[in-house]
Design a protein around this ligand. Structure first.
Ligand code: ADP
Ligand code: MG
Length: 525
């Protein structure tokens, strides 16, 4: 992998700071390849899988190419769905943390057009929208295309599949020809080629080649869990299998630090390894790991690249990796030199699709597993201990201890009592709280449905207003409502499928913060 550092990509220091704040350590392969080409002003056809960071691949150069002093529309991003348009906008707003004078706005069907017009009038340099609504604004002249310098078609194949071809062509026909056109697509179907032939000028094709990946022959298991039970699940796996050396992978530095703190709090010998550490600090951590002073190393992919220990007996993907190649690198840390190894992955909700991608491209067989219960762990610990005891008996030279035992034995205390007490002292830790992972998932996970509500933080809506309204109007227990994401003008929330009908019906014509709300199923990406 030839991933570049963000500093190597001619990006402004404001953007570099912003992506660092987001926890990005280095550019992904598509970012490493596409960003400088886009800066060169070329038309681009980019092809890479989902989850490989395409938003930043086009977003970062797009932002840096905006003329801050010009308040007119300069870039248009077309995306197949409303939810995706919103996501792209949210990601752009994070990139814009230190460039606040660049304004970006999502426009999509389903939201009153007047409100969008109002927002557009304030001056927006970047618009992210679905083709239908962008065309609508174009026809009303509320989006003036004459000043547009860059067009980005995200998930172009998806847009064509959804029947947006005509709209896209109408839009592209209206944008000055000296613009730059960037197109991303997961496939290069003939329809895509037709579109690029017609609208792109001498495009450069950027493909992230998928290397032949070979996954070592080790036991790979995944667990479907919730974010908040990950720490507990990690402890369980470690307690269950008592590995000597474990490497746990997280996707960002922040996650590494947090997990290390949790594990240390629970009494494990764990340390973190990430890009913020100086070389000398890393060397110290690695030395401790090799000497077994610590048994758990928590690392980001980047930091782990330099690790050269080959007797790791367990790898945990605390976060699923962004890239399937990372998956292979990660689990390749274990099972080396003929040793047995285990690789565990945590999967939260829709990440199951990412895992399926990983399995498809790496041909890895990852089995669904069940996290050990406390009883399983007790049993495993007991077995372990009993094995150790047997070994000690085999080794003999116990005379001194037999004498002690004999001196304790009396009418009230038998040899069995003494053995039982010793076992108890060695084995059981009674103050752990049990969590039933299965139960915990039952009402959630696959069965969660994402809903969209047309009010957000602008109307001072808070999570408890949403929960209150839904619980009150629809007779649904407030605690059944899952994640709530409040944006300026809208809110997404997860609810168990079995309540969806009641909510859609119950919320009809109701108000939250004096706004008549519309609740609908969020469109799938
Ligand atoms: P795609 O559009 O290719 O499906 P996204 O742009 O949606 O992928 O990115 C997927 C996820 O990866 C997002 O959560 C994004 O914030 C994160 N991401 C993108 N680039 C990086 C990076 N260089 N380092 C770490 N995380 C990244
Ligand atoms: Mg994308």
């Amino acid at each position: 992998m030839t991933n570049l550092k963000f500093e190597q990509l001619q990006l402004s220091k404001e953007l570099i700071r912003a992506v660092k704040d987001m926890g990005f350590e280095e550019a992904t392969p598509i970012q490493s390849k596409a960003i400088s080409k886009i800066f060169e002003g070329k038309d681009i056809i980019g092809q890479s899988q989902t989850g490989t960071g395409k938003t930043a691949a086009f977003g970062l150069p797009c932002i840096d190419m905006i003329d801050v002093n010009n308040k007119k529309l300069q870039a248009v991003i077309l995306s197949p769905t409303r939810e995706l348009a919103i996501q792209i906008c949210e990601e752009f707003r994070k990139f814009l943390k230190y460039k606040e004078d660049i304004k970006v706005l999502p426009v999509y069907g389903g939201q009153p057009i007047e409100r969008q017009i109002g927002a557009l009038k304030k001056g927006v340099q970047i618009v992210v929208g679905t083709p239908g609504r962008v065309m609508d604004h174009m026809n009303r002249r509320t989006l003036k295309m004459e000043t547009v310098k860059m067009v980005i078609l995200d998930e172009a194949d998806e847009m064509l599949d959804m029947g947006f071809r005509e709209d896209i062509e109408t839009i592209l026909d209206k944008i000055p020809e000296d613009r730059q056109t960037v197109l991303f697509s997961a496939t290069m179907a003939p329809e895509i080629m037709e579109l690029t032939d017609k609208y792109l000028v001498r495009p450069e094709v950027i493909k992230v080649a998928r290397k032949e990946l070979t996954v070592p022959n080790i036991e790979q298991t995944y667990f479907e869990i919730k974010e908040k039970t990950k720490v507990e699940a990690t402890s369980r796996l470690i307690d269950m299998y008592s590995p000597e050396l474990v490497v746990i992978f997280c996707n960002t530095k922040k996650r590494v630090d947090e997990l290390v703190e949790h594990l240390q709090g629970r009494g494990y010998f764990a340390e973190g390894l990430h890009g913020d550490l100086k070389q000398i600090q890393r060397d110290i951590v690695m030395k401790k790991f090799r000497n077994r002073t610590i048994e758990i190393l928590v690392a980001t992919d980047v930091a782990a690249r330099g690790i050269d220990v080959d007797d790791v007996d367990m790898v945990i993907n605390y976060d699923l990796p962004q890239d399937e190649e990372y998956y292979v690198h990660r689990i390749g840390r274990t099972g080396r030199a003929g040793r047995s190894g285990r690789a565990f992955s945590f999967v939260v909700g829709r990440e199951i699709y990412k895992l399926r991608d990983i399995m498809k491209y790496t041909k890895a067989k990852v089995k669904l597993g069940k996290l050990p219960s406390l009883t399983d762990i007790e049993e495993a610990k007991t077995n372990n201990f009993v094995e150790k005891v047997k070994k000690v008996i085999e080794e003999g030279r116990l005379n001194k201890y037999i004498n002690i035992v004999e001196s304790i034995i009396s009418e009230d205390i038998s040899a069995v009592d003494i053995s039982a007490a010793l076992l108890k002292m060695n084995l059981y830790d009674e103050n752990t709280e049990d969590i039933d992972f299965e139960d915990d998932l039952e009402d959630n996970n696959e069965k969660l449905v994402r809903l969209f509500i047309n009010v957000g933080s602008k109307k001072r809506v808070r999570a408890k207003d949403i929960v209150g309204a839904i619980a009150g109007e629809c007779g649904i227990p407030g605690k059944a409502i899952g994640d709530i994401d409040i944006y300026e003008d809208y809110t997404f929330l997860d609810v168990p499928k079995k309540y969806v009908k009641d909510i859609l019906k119950g919320m009809k014509g109701k108000k939250i913060k004096k706004v008549s709300v519309k609740v609908e199923r969020a469109k799938k990406r």
